[in-house]
Design a binder for this molecule. Structure first.
Ligand code: DAH
Length: 374
């Protein structure tokens, strides 16, 4: 066997034996690379006599072409095999069940708040908000809490330290201060209404808002949390009376508890900012373990309400002989506990994911056919 045919046989064996593309590349470099065995042979052609070259030239070039061809064929073979192996290994089995996915849940308080906003929105109420840190004027004074009056103490107020001007702000104890802010804003518009006619002349009420938000009191037990949520309602217009208040709240309760109109009663009460003031109760049944709204012989207190006190209107620059209004306020968490059977309000704010998994709501729930709410 000549040297050339031995080299060809050896290289062919290596090419066939290459297990993968990297192996084959090593063979190619060893044969055809810069100082590969065939490349070295090609370099010898220059030093040969013309006769020798005439004989060796075609032989060495032929060897180079055959080996080059063999390498290309083997490479194609190996690449196809590698692709097949990859396809087999990476095949997606569409029949496998999907891996479990952690879905976030809507917190019950936010769910209940959204339900309330949707119900009042349909009755034409707009949304208003105010700051969590309030001044004494908006939280108490303008709402007709007399200075040093014990009513201020009943709110278990969180007072902030005195600031540079000697003022002590409060974490608002209720959402009622936003009533004051809304009325003050309207008051600023009054001069233009007097000149151009008030919006109510176009059928638009001067104020019809609900105010959801966080509120704070130093209190903690199964039904009280130091931070909780209230929703406030305020309607100001000409000739507003308690009939409007009762109708609005009756509609709200029926929609919220997803029942037909249920019996409600108004018990006289006292709030400094309303006159008359009332607490509204709904008929309920406590005889089974949980409370059933709208049936039975018991009453459940739901919220506080009343006609906006003339002094409060005056504190906001509104003339009570022209403007009247009603207001109400209730606990969002509390109504949520009643509607969805949540036993302890403190769990609501404990940030326990297991609790949220149980009491939370899907963000993608289909709308309830009875209420249109999701
Ligand atoms: N602010 C009262 C509270 O926190 C609730 C309330 C009662 C609000 C009567 C009102 C209202 O607007 O008219 O206890």
């Amino acid at each position: 066997m000549t040297d050339l045919s031995k080299l060809e046989a050896d290289l062919s064996a290596l090419i066939t034996g290459a297990a993968d593309v990297a192996d084959l590349e090593a063979v190619r470099v060893a044969a055809l690379g810069k100082s590969g065995s065939i490349s070295d042979l090609l370099k010898t052609l220059g030093a040969m006599s013309p006769d020798e070259r005439r004989e060796q030239g075609p032989a060495i070039n032929g060897l180079r072409d055959r080996i080059g061809g063999a390498i290309a064929d083997r490479r194609a073979e190996l690449e196809a095999a590698e692709l097949d192996a990859k396809l087999a290994a990476e095949r997606v089995d569409l029949t496998l069940p999907p891996p479990p996915e952690r879905r976030g849940r809507v917190h019950p308080t936010m769910q209940v708040q959204d339900e309330m906003i949707a119900i009042f929105a349909e009755m034409g109420f707009g949304l208003a908000e105010g700051p969590d840190i309030e001044d004494d004027f908006h939280n108490f004074t303008a709402l007709n809490f007399p200075p040093k009056h014990p009513a201020r103490e009943t709110h278990d107020t969180f007072w902030l330290p005195e600031d540079a001007s000697g003022e002590r702000k409060v974490l608002r104890t209720h959402t009622s201060p936003v009533q004051i802010r809304a009325m003050q804003r309207i008051n600023e518009k009054l001069p233009s209404w007097i000149a151009n006619g008030p919006p109510s002349a176009n059928g638009e009420p001067p104020i019809r808002i609900i105010v959801p938000g966080r509120t704070y009191r130093s209190d903690s037990d199964a039904t009280h949390s130091p931070m909780f949520h209230q929703i406030e309602g305020l309607v100001i217009d000409r000739a507003i009376h308690m009939g409007h208040l009762k109708w609005t709240l009756d509609q709200f309760i029926a929609r919220f508890f997803e029942t037909p109109l249920v019996e409600t009663r108004f018990r006289p009460h006292h709030f400094p900012f309303t006159e008359p003031s009332a607490e509204m109760d709904v008929r309920c049944d406590r005889s089974g373990g949980d409370i059933k709204i709208g049936q039975g012989d018991d009453w459940l207190e739901i919220l506080g309400c009343g006609m906006v006190h003339p002094k409060v209107l005056r504190n906001c620059g509104l003339d009570p002989d022209v403007w009247q209004g009603f207001a109400f306020g209730c606990g969002i968490d509390r109504l949520g506990m009643l509607k969805y059977g949540i036993p302890d309000v403190r769990d609501t704010f404990a940030s326990d994911v297991r609790w949220l998994d149980h009491y939370g709501f899907s963000a993608f729930a289909a709308p309830n056919p009875a209420t249109g709410l999701s």
